[in-house]
Design a protein around this ligand. Structure first.
Ligand SMILES: Nc1ncnc2c1ncn2[C@@H]1O[C@H](COP(=O)(O)OP(=O)(O)OP(=O)(O)O)[C@@H](O)[C@H]1O
Ligand SMILES: Nc1ncnc2c1ncn2[C@@H]1O[C@H](COP(=O)(O)OP(=O)(O)OP(=O)(O)O)[C@@H](O)[C@H]1O
Ligand SMILES: [Mg+2]
Ligand SMILES: [Mg+2]
Lengths: 257, 257
Protein backbone atom coordinates (compact mmCIF):
# COMPACT_ATOMS: atom_id res chain seq x y z
CA UNK A 1 0.00 0.00 0.00
CA UNK A 2 1.64 3.23 -1.18
CA UNK A 3 2.49 6.00 1.27
CA UNK A 4 1.28 9.42 0.10
CA UNK A 5 3.55 12.34 1.10
CA UNK A 6 2.53 15.95 0.34
CA UNK A 7 5.36 18.50 0.00
CA UNK A 8 3.75 21.67 1.31
CA UNK A 9 4.55 25.15 2.60
CA UNK A 10 2.61 28.28 1.64
CA UNK A 11 5.79 30.39 1.71
CA UNK A 12 7.00 30.81 -1.83
CA UNK A 13 10.35 29.62 -3.15
CA UNK A 14 11.38 27.45 -0.18
CA UNK A 15 12.32 24.41 -2.29
CA UNK A 16 9.04 22.45 -2.52
CA UNK A 17 9.45 21.55 -6.19
CA UNK A 18 13.20 20.94 -5.94
CA UNK A 19 12.50 18.57 -3.02
CA UNK A 20 9.59 16.81 -4.78
CA UNK A 21 11.57 16.21 -7.98
CA UNK A 22 14.79 15.11 -6.31
CA UNK A 23 13.31 12.99 -3.51
CA UNK A 24 11.06 11.20 -6.01
CA UNK A 25 14.11 10.44 -8.15
CA UNK A 26 16.19 9.34 -5.14
CA UNK A 27 13.43 6.98 -3.94
CA UNK A 28 12.95 5.53 -7.45
CA UNK A 29 16.69 4.91 -7.89
CA UNK A 30 16.46 2.68 -4.77
CA UNK A 31 13.88 0.63 -6.71
CA UNK A 32 10.75 1.64 -4.82
CA UNK A 33 7.85 2.22 -7.22
CA UNK A 34 7.16 5.98 -7.06
CA UNK A 35 4.55 8.40 -8.46
CA UNK A 36 5.22 12.16 -8.51
CA UNK A 37 2.05 14.28 -8.74
CA UNK A 38 2.44 17.92 -9.84
CA UNK A 39 -0.67 19.70 -8.58
CA UNK A 40 0.85 23.19 -8.85
CA UNK A 41 -0.53 25.16 -11.85
CA UNK A 42 3.00 26.58 -12.30
CA UNK A 43 3.98 23.04 -13.44
CA UNK A 44 7.60 23.36 -12.34
CA UNK A 45 7.89 19.71 -11.24
CA UNK A 46 6.55 18.69 -14.68
CA UNK A 47 9.23 20.66 -16.52
CA UNK A 48 11.77 19.45 -13.94
CA UNK A 49 11.43 16.14 -15.78
CA UNK A 50 11.34 17.70 -19.23
CA UNK A 51 7.63 16.87 -19.70
CA UNK A 52 5.08 19.02 -21.53
CA UNK A 53 2.32 20.72 -19.55
CA UNK A 54 -0.06 20.80 -22.50
CA UNK A 55 -3.32 22.75 -22.57
CA UNK A 56 -5.86 20.16 -23.74
CA UNK A 57 -8.04 18.67 -21.03
CA UNK A 58 -8.05 15.02 -22.16
CA UNK A 59 -5.93 12.63 -20.10
CA UNK A 60 -4.92 15.15 -17.42
CA UNK A 61 -5.27 15.17 -13.67
CA UNK A 62 -7.60 18.15 -14.04
CA UNK A 63 -9.86 15.87 -16.08
CA UNK A 64 -9.65 13.22 -13.35
CA UNK A 65 -10.46 15.68 -10.55
CA UNK A 66 -13.19 17.69 -12.28
CA UNK A 67 -14.73 15.23 -14.78
CA UNK A 68 -14.00 11.87 -13.11
CA UNK A 69 -11.55 10.74 -15.83
CA UNK A 70 -9.24 7.71 -15.39
CA UNK A 71 -6.04 8.54 -13.51
CA UNK A 72 -4.16 5.81 -15.39
CA UNK A 73 -4.56 7.80 -18.64
CA UNK A 74 -2.91 10.88 -17.14
CA UNK A 75 0.27 9.18 -15.89
CA UNK A 76 3.47 9.62 -17.95
CA UNK A 77 6.92 7.93 -17.74
CA UNK A 78 9.75 10.03 -16.26
CA UNK A 79 12.81 8.48 -17.87
CA UNK A 80 13.62 6.67 -14.60
CA UNK A 81 12.53 3.06 -14.41
CA UNK A 82 10.64 3.07 -11.09
CA UNK A 83 9.23 6.61 -11.39
CA UNK A 84 6.02 7.83 -13.07
CA UNK A 85 4.85 11.45 -13.21
CA UNK A 86 1.33 12.89 -13.17
CA UNK A 87 2.00 16.20 -14.94
CA UNK A 88 0.39 19.52 -14.12
CA UNK A 89 -1.85 21.25 -16.63
CA UNK A 90 -2.68 24.89 -17.35
CA UNK A 91 -6.32 24.23 -16.52
CA UNK A 92 -5.33 23.65 -12.89
CA UNK A 93 -5.34 27.45 -12.47
CA UNK A 94 -9.12 27.36 -12.67
CA UNK A 95 -9.34 24.35 -10.38
CA UNK A 96 -9.57 26.28 -7.10
CA UNK A 97 -12.70 28.09 -8.34
CA UNK A 98 -14.20 24.87 -9.77
CA UNK A 99 -13.62 23.06 -6.46
CA UNK A 100 -15.36 25.77 -4.38
CA UNK A 101 -18.78 24.61 -5.58
CA UNK A 102 -18.17 20.83 -5.69
CA UNK A 103 -19.67 18.43 -3.14
CA UNK A 104 -17.09 17.22 -0.60
CA UNK A 105 -14.64 19.55 -2.30
CA UNK A 106 -11.72 18.71 0.04
CA UNK A 107 -11.96 14.96 -0.72
CA UNK A 108 -11.77 15.10 -4.53
CA UNK A 109 -8.09 14.17 -4.71
CA UNK A 110 -8.36 11.52 -2.02
CA UNK A 111 -11.05 9.79 -4.09
CA UNK A 112 -9.08 10.20 -7.34
CA UNK A 113 -6.02 8.52 -5.82
CA UNK A 114 -7.93 5.45 -4.58
CA UNK A 115 -7.35 3.71 -7.90
CA UNK A 116 -3.53 4.00 -7.87
CA UNK A 117 -2.31 4.04 -4.29
CA UNK A 118 -1.69 0.31 -4.19
CA UNK A 119 0.41 0.35 -7.37
CA UNK A 120 3.15 2.52 -5.84
CA UNK A 121 5.33 2.32 -2.73
CA UNK A 122 5.54 6.14 -2.49
CA UNK A 123 3.33 8.88 -3.94
CA UNK A 124 4.87 12.41 -3.74
CA UNK A 125 2.65 15.49 -4.25
CA UNK A 126 4.21 18.89 -5.13
CA UNK A 127 1.91 21.69 -3.83
CA UNK A 128 1.56 25.35 -4.88
CA UNK A 129 2.61 28.22 -2.54
CA UNK A 130 -0.78 28.70 -0.87
CA UNK A 131 -3.19 27.11 1.63
CA UNK A 132 -6.10 27.10 -0.78
CA UNK A 133 -8.29 24.20 -1.91
CA UNK A 134 -5.56 22.55 -4.03
CA UNK A 135 -3.24 22.26 -1.02
CA UNK A 136 -6.15 21.28 1.28
CA UNK A 137 -7.01 18.48 -1.17
CA UNK A 138 -3.41 17.28 -1.10
CA UNK A 139 -3.27 17.29 2.72
CA UNK A 140 -6.56 15.39 2.86
CA UNK A 141 -5.29 12.76 0.41
CA UNK A 142 -1.88 12.42 2.11
CA UNK A 143 -0.64 10.13 4.89
CA UNK A 144 1.96 12.73 5.85
CA UNK A 145 3.38 16.11 4.95
CA UNK A 146 7.06 16.93 4.36
CA UNK A 147 7.70 20.63 5.11
CA UNK A 148 10.67 22.29 3.36
CA UNK A 149 11.92 25.36 5.25
CA UNK A 150 14.37 27.70 3.55
CA UNK A 151 17.18 28.85 5.85
CA UNK A 152 15.81 32.43 5.80
CA UNK A 153 13.93 34.65 8.26
CA UNK A 154 10.67 35.07 6.29
CA UNK A 155 10.43 31.27 5.95
CA UNK A 156 10.13 30.96 9.75
CA UNK A 157 7.15 33.29 9.91
CA UNK A 158 4.64 31.15 8.06
CA UNK A 159 5.29 27.92 9.97
CA UNK A 160 2.73 28.63 12.69
CA UNK A 161 -0.03 29.10 10.14
CA UNK A 162 0.99 25.92 8.29
CA UNK A 163 0.85 23.91 11.52
CA UNK A 164 -2.58 25.39 12.23
CA UNK A 165 -3.81 24.29 8.84
CA UNK A 166 -2.38 20.78 9.34
CA UNK A 167 -4.15 20.38 12.68
CA UNK A 168 -7.44 21.66 11.19
CA UNK A 169 -7.12 19.12 8.36
CA UNK A 170 -6.33 16.39 10.87
CA UNK A 171 -9.35 17.30 13.01
CA UNK A 172 -11.97 17.67 10.27
CA UNK A 173 -10.75 16.01 7.06
CA UNK A 174 -7.95 13.48 7.52
CA UNK A 175 -7.37 12.11 11.04
CA UNK A 176 -4.28 10.12 10.02
CA UNK A 177 -2.29 13.12 8.67
CA UNK A 178 1.18 13.23 10.30
CA UNK A 179 4.23 15.42 9.81
CA UNK A 180 6.63 13.28 7.77
CA UNK A 181 9.45 15.62 8.58
CA UNK A 182 10.84 19.15 8.39
CA UNK A 183 13.65 19.72 5.91
CA UNK A 184 16.03 22.69 6.05
CA UNK A 185 16.78 23.78 2.47
CA UNK A 186 19.22 26.16 0.70
CA UNK A 187 21.49 26.02 3.72
CA UNK A 188 24.72 28.02 3.37
CA UNK A 189 26.95 27.34 6.39
CA UNK A 190 28.93 30.55 5.76
CA UNK A 191 25.90 32.70 6.66
CA UNK A 192 25.13 33.37 10.34
CA UNK A 193 21.44 33.83 9.42
CA UNK A 194 21.24 30.31 7.97
CA UNK A 195 22.68 28.74 11.12
CA UNK A 196 20.33 30.81 13.32
CA UNK A 197 17.25 29.80 11.31
CA UNK A 198 18.28 26.12 11.30
CA UNK A 199 18.64 26.26 15.11
CA UNK A 200 15.20 27.88 15.46
CA UNK A 201 13.70 25.14 13.30
CA UNK A 202 15.30 22.43 15.45
CA UNK A 203 14.08 24.11 18.65
CA UNK A 204 10.55 24.34 17.29
CA UNK A 205 10.21 20.91 15.59
CA UNK A 206 12.69 18.84 17.65
CA UNK A 207 13.03 15.28 16.33
CA UNK A 208 10.73 15.97 13.35
CA UNK A 209 13.66 17.78 11.70
CA UNK A 210 15.66 15.59 9.34
CA UNK A 211 19.33 15.16 10.19
CA UNK A 212 19.92 15.71 6.45
CA UNK A 213 19.98 19.38 5.52
CA UNK A 214 19.94 20.38 1.85
CA UNK A 215 22.88 22.71 1.19
CA UNK A 216 22.69 25.54 -1.32
CA UNK A 217 24.11 24.05 -4.52
CA UNK A 218 23.92 25.57 -8.00
CA UNK A 219 23.60 22.11 -9.63
CA UNK A 220 20.11 21.85 -8.07
CA UNK A 221 18.99 25.00 -9.82
CA UNK A 222 20.73 24.17 -13.11
CA UNK A 223 19.23 20.66 -13.41
CA UNK A 224 15.63 21.80 -14.24
CA UNK A 225 16.87 23.73 -17.29
CA UNK A 226 18.01 20.33 -18.62
CA UNK A 227 14.68 18.72 -17.72
CA UNK A 228 16.10 16.23 -15.23
CA UNK A 229 16.67 15.69 -11.49
CA UNK A 230 20.14 16.43 -10.08
CA UNK A 231 21.06 12.77 -9.81
CA UNK A 232 20.78 12.39 -13.61
CA UNK A 233 22.27 15.85 -14.36
CA UNK A 234 25.25 15.61 -12.00
CA UNK A 235 25.23 12.58 -9.71
CA UNK A 236 28.46 13.69 -7.97
CA UNK A 237 26.98 17.07 -6.93
CA UNK A 238 26.37 18.06 -3.31
CA UNK A 239 22.69 18.59 -4.14
CA UNK A 240 22.28 15.09 -5.53
CA UNK A 241 24.05 13.53 -2.54
CA UNK A 242 21.97 15.48 -0.02
CA UNK A 243 18.72 14.23 -1.54
CA UNK A 244 20.03 10.63 -1.63
CA UNK A 245 20.84 11.02 2.09
CA UNK A 246 17.30 12.31 2.67
CA UNK A 247 15.83 9.28 0.89
CA UNK A 248 17.95 7.01 3.11
CA UNK A 249 16.64 8.78 6.21
CA UNK A 250 13.06 8.33 5.02
CA UNK A 251 13.66 4.61 4.42
CA UNK A 252 15.21 4.21 7.88
CA UNK A 253 12.15 5.85 9.49
CA UNK A 254 9.94 3.49 7.46
CA UNK A 255 12.01 0.43 8.27
CA UNK A 256 12.65 -0.01 4.53
CA UNK A 257 16.39 -0.47 4.83
CA UNK B 1 -2.22 62.07 -7.85
CA UNK B 2 -0.45 58.99 -6.49
CA UNK B 3 0.91 56.34 -8.84
CA UNK B 4 -0.14 52.84 -7.79
CA UNK B 5 2.46 50.13 -8.53
CA UNK B 6 1.68 46.45 -7.87
CA UNK B 7 4.66 44.14 -7.19
CA UNK B 8 3.50 40.85 -8.67
CA UNK B 9 4.73 37.46 -9.85
CA UNK B 10 2.97 34.16 -9.11
CA UNK B 11 6.30 32.35 -8.81
CA UNK B 12 7.13 32.03 -5.15
CA UNK B 13 10.19 33.47 -3.44
CA UNK B 14 11.37 35.74 -6.29
CA UNK B 15 11.80 38.84 -4.11
CA UNK B 16 8.35 40.52 -4.27
CA UNK B 17 8.26 41.42 -0.57
CA UNK B 18 11.95 42.35 -0.40
CA UNK B 19 11.38 44.66 -3.39
CA UNK B 20 8.15 46.16 -1.98
CA UNK B 21 9.69 46.91 1.43
CA UNK B 22 12.98 48.30 0.12
CA UNK B 23 11.65 50.28 -2.83
CA UNK B 24 8.99 51.89 -0.62
CA UNK B 25 11.71 52.88 1.87
CA UNK B 26 14.00 54.18 -0.90
CA UNK B 27 11.21 56.30 -2.41
CA UNK B 28 10.21 57.67 1.00
CA UNK B 29 13.81 58.61 1.89
CA UNK B 30 13.75 60.85 -1.24
CA UNK B 31 10.79 62.66 0.36
CA UNK B 32 8.00 61.38 -1.86
CA UNK B 33 4.91 60.53 0.19
CA UNK B 34 4.56 56.73 -0.04
CA UNK B 35 2.03 54.09 1.08
CA UNK B 36 3.01 50.40 1.22
CA UNK B 37 0.02 48.01 1.09
CA UNK B 38 0.60 44.41 2.23
CA UNK B 39 -2.18 42.37 0.63
CA UNK B 40 -0.41 39.02 1.08
CA UNK B 41 -1.94 36.92 3.92
CA UNK B 42 1.62 35.82 4.78
CA UNK B 43 2.15 39.41 6.02
CA UNK B 44 5.90 39.41 5.34
CA UNK B 45 5.99 43.10 4.27
CA UNK B 46 4.18 43.97 7.53
CA UNK B 47 6.80 42.23 9.67
CA UNK B 48 9.50 43.66 7.38
CA UNK B 49 8.68 46.94 9.15
CA UNK B 50 8.33 45.34 12.58
CA UNK B 51 4.53 45.86 12.62
CA UNK B 52 1.98 43.48 14.17
CA UNK B 53 -0.36 41.54 11.89
CA UNK B 54 -3.05 41.26 14.54
CA UNK B 55 -6.10 39.02 14.28
CA UNK B 56 -8.97 41.35 15.11
CA UNK B 57 -10.95 42.66 12.17
CA UNK B 58 -11.43 46.28 13.31
CA UNK B 59 -9.31 48.87 11.47
CA UNK B 60 -7.78 46.48 8.93
CA UNK B 61 -7.70 46.45 5.16
CA UNK B 62 -9.80 43.28 5.28
CA UNK B 63 -12.46 45.35 7.04
CA UNK B 64 -12.16 48.03 4.34
CA UNK B 65 -12.44 45.51 1.48
CA UNK B 66 -15.17 43.27 2.90
CA UNK B 67 -17.19 45.57 5.20
CA UNK B 68 -16.57 48.99 3.61
CA UNK B 69 -14.54 50.33 6.61
CA UNK B 70 -12.48 53.55 6.41
CA UNK B 71 -9.02 52.99 4.89
CA UNK B 72 -7.61 55.88 6.98
CA UNK B 73 -8.20 53.84 10.16
CA UNK B 74 -6.13 50.91 8.86
CA UNK B 75 -2.97 52.89 7.96
CA UNK B 76 0.00 52.72 10.40
CA UNK B 77 3.27 54.71 10.56
CA UNK B 78 6.44 52.86 9.42
CA UNK B 79 9.15 54.66 11.37
CA UNK B 80 10.18 56.55 8.21
CA UNK B 81 8.79 60.07 7.87
CA UNK B 82 7.28 59.91 4.36
CA UNK B 83 6.18 56.25 4.51
CA UNK B 84 2.91 54.75 5.82
CA UNK B 85 2.06 51.03 5.85
CA UNK B 86 -1.32 49.31 5.41
CA UNK B 87 -0.57 46.05 7.26
CA UNK B 88 -1.79 42.60 6.25
CA UNK B 89 -4.14 40.69 8.51
CA UNK B 90 -4.72 36.99 9.16
CA UNK B 91 -8.28 37.33 7.90
CA UNK B 92 -6.94 38.03 4.40
CA UNK B 93 -6.56 34.25 4.01
CA UNK B 94 -10.33 34.01 3.79
CA UNK B 95 -10.57 37.02 1.47
CA UNK B 96 -10.27 35.09 -1.81
CA UNK B 97 -13.33 33.00 -0.92
CA UNK B 98 -15.26 36.08 0.31
CA UNK B 99 -14.47 37.94 -2.92
CA UNK B 100 -15.72 35.10 -5.17
CA UNK B 101 -19.34 35.95 -4.37
CA UNK B 102 -19.07 39.77 -4.21
CA UNK B 103 -20.47 42.04 -6.93
CA UNK B 104 -17.74 43.48 -9.16
CA UNK B 105 -15.31 41.35 -7.17
CA UNK B 106 -12.22 42.47 -9.19
CA UNK B 107 -12.86 46.18 -8.46
CA UNK B 108 -13.10 46.03 -4.66
CA UNK B 109 -9.55 47.28 -4.06
CA UNK B 110 -9.75 49.91 -6.79
CA UNK B 111 -12.80 51.39 -5.03
CA UNK B 112 -11.18 51.13 -1.58
CA UNK B 113 -8.11 53.07 -2.73
CA UNK B 114 -10.13 55.97 -4.20
CA UNK B 115 -10.08 57.76 -0.85
CA UNK B 116 -6.28 57.79 -0.42
CA UNK B 117 -4.65 57.85 -3.87
CA UNK B 118 -4.33 61.64 -3.91
CA UNK B 119 -2.62 61.76 -0.51
CA UNK B 120 0.47 59.86 -1.72
CA UNK B 121 2.95 60.24 -4.56
CA UNK B 122 3.52 56.46 -4.75
CA UNK B 123 1.40 53.53 -3.56
CA UNK B 124 3.23 50.15 -3.56
CA UNK B 125 1.24 46.87 -3.30
CA UNK B 126 2.97 43.62 -2.24
CA UNK B 127 1.09 40.65 -3.77
CA UNK B 128 0.94 36.95 -2.76
CA UNK B 129 2.50 34.20 -4.95
CA UNK B 130 -0.64 33.45 -6.99
CA UNK B 131 -2.86 34.85 -9.75
CA UNK B 132 -6.04 34.58 -7.70
CA UNK B 133 -8.57 37.30 -6.83
CA UNK B 134 -6.25 39.15 -4.42
CA UNK B 135 -3.64 39.65 -7.16
CA UNK B 136 -6.34 40.41 -9.75
CA UNK B 137 -7.71 43.11 -7.45
CA UNK B 138 -4.24 44.61 -7.11
CA UNK B 139 -3.68 44.63 -10.89
CA UNK B 140 -7.07 46.24 -11.42
CA UNK B 141 -6.32 48.96 -8.84
CA UNK B 142 -2.78 49.59 -10.13
CA UNK B 143 -1.43 51.99 -12.78
CA UNK B 144 1.47 49.65 -13.43
CA UNK B 145 3.07 46.38 -12.35
CA UNK B 146 6.70 45.86 -11.33
CA UNK B 147 7.75 42.24 -11.99
CA UNK B 148 10.64 40.83 -9.91
CA UNK B 149 12.35 37.89 -11.64
CA UNK B 150 14.76 35.75 -9.65
CA UNK B 151 17.91 34.86 -11.62
CA UNK B 152 16.86 31.18 -11.70
CA UNK B 153 15.49 28.82 -14.34
CA UNK B 154 12.06 28.11 -12.78
CA UNK B 155 11.46 31.87 -12.48
CA UNK B 156 11.56 32.19 -16.29
CA UNK B 157 8.83 29.62 -16.78
CA UNK B 158 5.94 31.51 -15.23
CA UNK B 159 6.55 34.82 -17.06
CA UNK B 160 4.37 33.91 -20.05
CA UNK B 161 1.40 33.19 -17.81
CA UNK B 162 1.92 36.43 -15.88
CA UNK B 163 1.98 38.46 -19.14
CA UNK B 164 -1.21 36.68 -20.23
CA UNK B 165 -2.90 37.66 -16.99
CA UNK B 166 -1.72 41.28 -17.33
CA UNK B 167 -3.14 41.54 -20.86
CA UNK B 168 -6.45 39.98 -19.75
CA UNK B 169 -6.68 42.51 -16.91
CA UNK B 170 -5.84 45.34 -19.33
CA UNK B 171 -8.51 44.15 -21.80
CA UNK B 172 -11.38 43.55 -19.36
CA UNK B 173 -10.69 45.29 -16.04
CA UNK B 174 -8.09 48.05 -16.21
CA UNK B 175 -7.23 49.50 -19.64
CA UNK B 176 -4.46 51.73 -18.29
CA UNK B 177 -2.38 48.91 -16.71
CA UNK B 178 1.24 49.10 -17.94
CA UNK B 179 4.41 47.17 -17.08
CA UNK B 180 6.36 49.50 -14.79
CA UNK B 181 9.45 47.42 -15.27
CA UNK B 182 11.10 44.02 -14.90
CA UNK B 183 13.65 43.66 -12.11
CA UNK B 184 16.29 40.91 -11.97
CA UNK B 185 16.71 39.86 -8.32
CA UNK B 186 19.12 37.70 -6.28
CA UNK B 187 21.71 38.05 -9.03
CA UNK B 188 25.05 36.33 -8.29
CA UNK B 189 27.53 37.22 -11.03
CA UNK B 190 29.70 34.20 -10.16
CA UNK B 191 26.99 31.79 -11.40
CA UNK B 192 26.69 31.10 -15.12
CA UNK B 193 22.98 30.30 -14.64
CA UNK B 194 22.31 33.78 -13.24
CA UNK B 195 23.95 35.50 -16.23
CA UNK B 196 22.07 33.24 -18.66
CA UNK B 197 18.70 33.98 -17.01
CA UNK B 198 19.40 37.73 -16.92
CA UNK B 199 20.20 37.64 -20.66
CA UNK B 200 16.96 35.74 -21.39
CA UNK B 201 14.99 38.32 -19.42
CA UNK B 202 16.60 41.19 -21.39
CA UNK B 203 15.89 39.42 -24.70
CA UNK B 204 12.24 38.89 -23.74
CA UNK B 205 11.44 42.25 -22.12
CA UNK B 206 13.94 44.54 -23.91
CA UNK B 207 13.84 48.12 -22.55
CA UNK B 208 11.30 47.21 -19.85
CA UNK B 209 14.17 45.63 -17.86
CA UNK B 210 15.68 47.98 -15.30
CA UNK B 211 19.38 48.75 -15.72
CA UNK B 212 19.58 48.22 -11.95
CA UNK B 213 19.86 44.56 -11.02
CA UNK B 214 19.47 43.53 -7.37
CA UNK B 215 22.50 41.47 -6.37
CA UNK B 216 22.28 38.61 -3.87
CA UNK B 217 23.20 40.21 -0.55
CA UNK B 218 22.73 38.64 2.89
CA UNK B 219 21.93 42.06 4.46
CA UNK B 220 18.64 42.03 2.52
CA UNK B 221 17.60 38.77 4.14
CA UNK B 222 18.88 39.74 7.60
CA UNK B 223 17.05 43.09 7.72
CA UNK B 224 13.48 41.66 8.14
CA UNK B 225 14.53 39.83 11.31
CA UNK B 226 15.23 43.31 12.74
CA UNK B 227 11.89 44.64 11.46
CA UNK B 228 13.37 47.25 9.14
CA UNK B 229 14.30 47.85 5.49
CA UNK B 230 17.97 47.41 4.49
CA UNK B 231 18.61 51.16 4.31
CA UNK B 232 17.87 51.46 8.04
CA UNK B 233 19.54 48.15 8.97
CA UNK B 234 22.74 48.65 6.96
CA UNK B 235 22.73 51.68 4.69
CA UNK B 236 26.20 50.86 3.33
CA UNK B 237 25.15 47.38 2.15
CA UNK B 238 25.04 46.36 -1.51
CA UNK B 239 21.34 45.52 -1.10
CA UNK B 240 20.47 48.97 0.21
CA UNK B 241 22.44 50.69 -2.56
CA UNK B 242 20.83 48.56 -5.30
CA UNK B 243 17.34 49.53 -4.16
CA UNK B 244 18.31 53.23 -3.94
CA UNK B 245 19.57 52.93 -7.55
CA UNK B 246 16.26 51.35 -8.52
CA UNK B 247 14.34 54.24 -6.92
CA UNK B 248 16.48 56.70 -8.89
CA UNK B 249 15.70 54.83 -12.12
CA UNK B 250 11.97 54.97 -11.33
CA UNK B 251 12.19 58.73 -10.68
CA UNK B 252 14.08 59.29 -13.95
CA UNK B 253 11.38 57.41 -15.89
CA UNK B 254 8.75 59.56 -14.12
CA UNK B 255 10.66 62.80 -14.70
CA UNK B 256 10.80 63.25 -10.90
CA UNK B 257 14.52 64.02 -10.72
N1 LIG C 1 19.41 23.64 -2.32
C1 LIG C 1 19.30 24.49 -3.32
N2 LIG C 1 20.41 25.11 -3.78
C2 LIG C 1 20.32 26.04 -4.78
N3 LIG C 1 19.18 26.41 -5.36
C3 LIG C 1 18.04 25.84 -4.95
C4 LIG C 1 18.02 24.85 -3.92
N4 LIG C 1 16.74 24.45 -3.74
C5 LIG C 1 15.99 25.16 -4.61
N5 LIG C 1 16.77 25.98 -5.35
C6 LIG C 1 16.34 26.96 -6.36
O1 LIG C 1 15.58 27.96 -5.65
C7 LIG C 1 14.39 28.31 -6.40
C8 LIG C 1 13.18 28.02 -5.55
O2 LIG C 1 13.03 26.62 -5.38
P1 LIG C 1 11.66 25.87 -5.78
O3 LIG C 1 11.12 26.42 -7.04
O4 LIG C 1 11.93 24.42 -5.70
O5 LIG C 1 10.76 26.33 -4.55
P2 LIG C 1 9.18 26.15 -4.40
O6 LIG C 1 8.90 26.17 -2.95
O7 LIG C 1 8.74 24.97 -5.16
O8 LIG C 1 8.64 27.48 -5.09
P3 LIG C 1 7.07 27.84 -5.32
O9 LIG C 1 6.63 28.41 -4.01
O10 LIG C 1 7.06 28.86 -6.43
O11 LIG C 1 6.39 26.56 -5.70
C9 LIG C 1 14.44 27.49 -7.69
O12 LIG C 1 14.94 28.30 -8.71
C10 LIG C 1 15.40 26.34 -7.38
O13 LIG C 1 16.11 25.91 -8.51
N1 LIG D 1 18.75 40.22 -3.28
C1 LIG D 1 18.61 39.33 -2.29
N2 LIG D 1 19.70 38.82 -1.70
C2 LIG D 1 19.58 37.88 -0.72
N3 LIG D 1 18.41 37.40 -0.26
C3 LIG D 1 17.29 37.89 -0.81
C4 LIG D 1 17.30 38.87 -1.83
N4 LIG D 1 16.02 39.16 -2.17
C5 LIG D 1 15.24 38.37 -1.40
N5 LIG D 1 15.99 37.62 -0.56
C6 LIG D 1 15.52 36.61 0.39
O1 LIG D 1 14.95 35.55 -0.38
C7 LIG D 1 13.73 35.11 0.23
C8 LIG D 1 12.59 35.30 -0.76
O2 LIG D 1 12.34 36.66 -0.95
P1 LIG D 1 10.88 37.29 -0.71
O3 LIG D 1 10.26 36.69 0.48
O4 LIG D 1 11.03 38.76 -0.77
O5 LIG D 1 10.17 36.76 -2.02
P2 LIG D 1 8.60 36.81 -2.35
O6 LIG D 1 8.50 36.77 -3.84
O7 LIG D 1 7.98 37.94 -1.65
O8 LIG D 1 8.10 35.42 -1.73
P3 LIG D 1 6.55 34.94 -1.67
O9 LIG D 1 6.31 34.36 -3.04
O10 LIG D 1 6.51 33.92 -0.58
O11 LIG D 1 5.72 36.16 -1.39
C9 LIG D 1 13.56 35.92 1.52
O12 LIG D 1 14.01 35.14 2.59
C10 LIG D 1 14.43 37.13 1.29
O13 LIG D 1 14.97 37.62 2.50
MG1 LIG E 1 7.18 24.84 -6.59
MG1 LIG F 1 6.26 37.90 -0.43
Amino acid sequence: MGRVIAIANQKGGVGKTTTAVNIAASIAISEFKTLLIDIDPQANATSGFGLETGDEIENTFYNVMVNGGEIRDAIKPSGLEYLDVLPSNVNLVGMEVELVNMREREYVMQKALKGVRDQYDYVIIDCPPSLGLITLNSLTAADSVLIPVQAEYYALEGLGKLLNTISIVRKHLNPKLEIEGVLVTMFDARLRLATQVAEEVKKFFKDKVYKTCIRRNVRLSEAPSHGMPALLYDAQSIGSKDYLDLAKEIFERDGNI
